[in-house]
Design a protein. Structure first.
Ligand SMILES: NC(=O)c1ccc[n+]([C@@H]2O[C@H](COP(=O)([O-])OP(=O)(O)OC[C@H]3O[C@@H](n4cnc5c(N)ncnc54)[C@H](OP(=O)(O)O)[C@@H]3O)[C@@H](O)[C@H]2O)c1
Length: 298
């Protein structure tokens, strides 16, 4: 086993670092394959709750050892905890029982909202870190091809940072630092941009299909407009990219929208209209008029 040392020489080590994966999910599988391809990492052993995910990963990495419990895992330089966020604290508890963990062993997880500090307690001695790829992992095979080049957030023990940077590079990701204590807020922003875009898309499509507009036309209309606006946002700040009746202070149109929407549809329209006002340069009086329309009784 190659020892991770807490010094600046580590990233230039030529020997491969041995890595074990606990929780063979979409992220750990894709990252494991990319790391193995880098020739700097040997993904040597994996442990998962069910056997099927382990067997799938072994198809990509035939040399790996599939373990049926944590204690079968051979000593490693790096332990990757790839379980879902709710299970990470439980898994961290179980990892404490592994007898070969040394102060220089690096434990990492991929969570965007949890700090790496949750991986150990005060008495335990190991390095901890987190690599959060900013990417939606829906399928492992697609991720292997399209993940390289994307951003990833890093945080962890000071001595672990050079290794985390190397791990990001070896997966062909672009790392940036994140404050471990601010991850919940950081992750909320990313979830808003990724998940709520999809929610908004669905919200608009359903309003159109309620008018007997064919589904494929509704899909096209909404996707086309969303894509145009995303393209604008590549070039312009949100205040410059925004168009529409709220930007113009067109209270008549906003009133017509409000009257045409159902009670159920009102709450999201109201929240978004209020948030959108912060992107306009409307007078205080105009803002109040718009707010009063979008608070009129449902
Ligand atoms: N998905 C994304 O787009 C994404 C993006 C960035 C970061 N992340 C982060 O990456 C991490 C993993 O997410 P994921 O999407 O890869 O999760 P996932 O695909 O749901 O995989 C989780 C894996 O953990 C295994 N597992 C669960 N409980 C276990 C236990 N007690 N013992 C052993 N294995 C157990 C599951 O086993 P089974 O096969 O038996 O279910 C599954 O293979 C999370 O921290 C997440 O926040 C996810």
């Amino acid at each position: 086993m190659t020892t991770i040392q807490s010094n600046q020489n580590l990233p230039t080590k030529i020997n491969k670092l041995n890595l074990n994966i606990i929780g063979v999910g979409k992220v750990s599988s894709a990252m494991g394959i990319l790391w193995q391809q880098s020739n700097h990492i040997n993904v040597q052993a994996i442990f998962n709750r069910s056997m099927s995910a382990s067997i799938d990963l072994q198809q990509h990495l035939p040399h790996i050892k599939i373990c049926t419990n944590l204690h079968e895992m051979p000593p490693a330089d790096i332990i990757v905890i790839g379980v879902s966020d709710q299970i990470i604290p439980l898994m961290a508890e179980q990892i404490k029982q592994i007898d070969w963990i040394k102060p220089e062993t690096l434990l990492i997880h991929f969570s965007g909202s949890l700090s790496s500090k949750i991986l150990i307690n005060d008495e335990q001695k190991a390095l901890t870190g987190s690599i959060h790829p900013v990417f939606a992992f829906s399928h492992i095979d697609t991720a292997i091809k399209t993940l390289p080049g994307n951003l990833c957030a890093l945080e962890g023990d000071e001595q672990a940072i050079p290794v985390l940077q190397k791990l990001a590079q070896w997966a062909r990701l672009q790392p940036f630092p994140i404050n471990a204590d601010q991850k919940a807020r950081y992750h909320a922003a990313l979830s808003i941009s990724a998940n709520f875009l999809v929610t908004l898309n669905d919200y608009a499509r359903k309003i159109l299909t309620s008018l007997a507009i064919p589904q494929d036309l509704a899909d096209k209309l909404v996707n086309q407009l969303m894509q145009q606006n995303l393209n604008q946002l590549q070039q312009y700040a949100p205040v410059e990219a925004l168009t529409g009746p709220i930007k113009r202070g067109d209270t008549d149109t906003i009133m017509r929208h409000w009257e045409a929407l159902s009670d159920e549809e009102h709450s999201l329209y109201r929240a978004l209209a209020w948030q959108t006002l912060s992107l306009t340069s409307l007078s205080e009086e105009k803002r109040e008029q718009i707010k009063s329309i979008a608070t009129a009784k449902d």
